[in-house]
Design a protein around this ligand. Structure first.
Ligand code: PHE
Ligand code: CO
Length: 296
């Protein structure tokens, strides 16, 4: 994901409930915003990646690809196998050409996190903003911001699944609406607990579809196998009330049965739901409610 609120620095530091921007640093924005267009897009300068970057990409890829079988959902794995990620940082044009055929989505390069409305507008038009820079060596184990590896490895494969691709477009349109209603904080939690950290129940067991999990070497196993976190059946209102961790593994994951369920549960107009949310208290990231339907 490449979403953030550079125009609203008050959301940047300290809170565990800022918009789902996967870890804006709080010291200003990383990335080069000097030559971007009005919609925050840039051209990917593929020749500008150095040999060390390409080598780091290959090592990130090799480590993560081995962790995918038995941990990622089938939709993700089927797509990943057809993507040419092994040799180095992919070219945006190449992957866009494949993606357009599958679901009509395109990738656009951005310098890093982009303002909420810019992000929503891209999604609403079936354009996914992908960060162009790659993490540094000291961030090999863990990175707080989305980089090109997180975006390509975590997000892009899921955009090939038609119903998930439709969900992402609907989310973008919903974001533009929520902004006007002052309801972004509730919608951002939905993104967090589905697009970034979602789990799905399959015949073979729990699997990951959230990008923040799929691009993480440690959480990809933790999320589906550790006895520590709570795993709760998908519940839209419960998710909207739930704070989340940006600095550690999630303490609660929400589990869907299939992507159709996710699309249908989020299809109704959220306007009355947002009004209802105003009267409800936030829940801690590790909250346990008696009515939670736990999944073992
Ligand atoms: N149905 C939501 C609304 O009316 C839009 C939405 C769809 C939001 C899918 C998120 C995901 O605001
Ligand atoms: Co992301």
């Amino acid at each position: 994901m490449a979403r953030g609120t550079p125009t609203h620095p008050d959301t940047a530091a300290g809170s565990d409930d800022r918009p789902a921007n996967y870890g804006q640093s709080g010291h200003g924005l990383r990335g080069n915003y000097e030559r971007m267009r009005a919609d925050y897009t840039v051209d990917q300068d593929h020749g500008a990646y150095g040999a060390e970057d390409q080598d780091r990409w290959r090592r990130l890829y090799e480590r993560q690809i081995d962790l995918v079988p038995g941990r990622a959902c089938d939709e993700y794995i089927d797509t990943l196998n057809g993507l040419d990620y092994a040799g180095g940082i992919p070219r945006f044009e190449t992957v866009t050409a494949q993606l357009e055929v599958a679901t009509g989505w395109r990738l656009v390069a951005v310098p890093g996190l982009v303002p909420d409305l810019v992000f929503f507008d891209h999604l609403a038009n079936r354009r996914f903003p992908v960060t162009c820079w790659l993490r540094d060596e000291h961030e090999f184990e863990y990175i707080v911001e989305p980089d090109v590896f997180h975006d390509f490895f975590g997000h892009v494969p899921m955009l090939f699944t038609p119903v998930f691709a439709d969900y992402m477009e609907a989310y973008g349109k919903g974001g533009l609406k929520a902004e006007g209603l002052g309801s972004l904080k509730w919608l951002a939690r939905l993104y967090w607990y589905t697009v970034e950290f979602g789990l799905i129940r399959t015949k073979e067991g729990l699997r990951n579809y959230g990008a923040g999990i799929l691009s993480s070497p440690s959480e990809i196993d933790y999320a589906i196998r550790s006895p520590k976190p709570r795993r709760v059946e998908f519940d839209l209102k419960r998710i909207m009330r739930s704070l989340y961790r940006i600095d550690a593994f999630q303490e609660t994951y929400f589990v869907i049965d299939d992507f159709g369920q996710l699309f249908e549960a989020t299809a109704p107009d959220f306007t009355p739901l947002y009004r209802e949310m105003e009267g409800l208290e936030d829940l801690a990231a590790n909250a346990a409610l008696p009515e939670d339907r736990l999944i073992s």
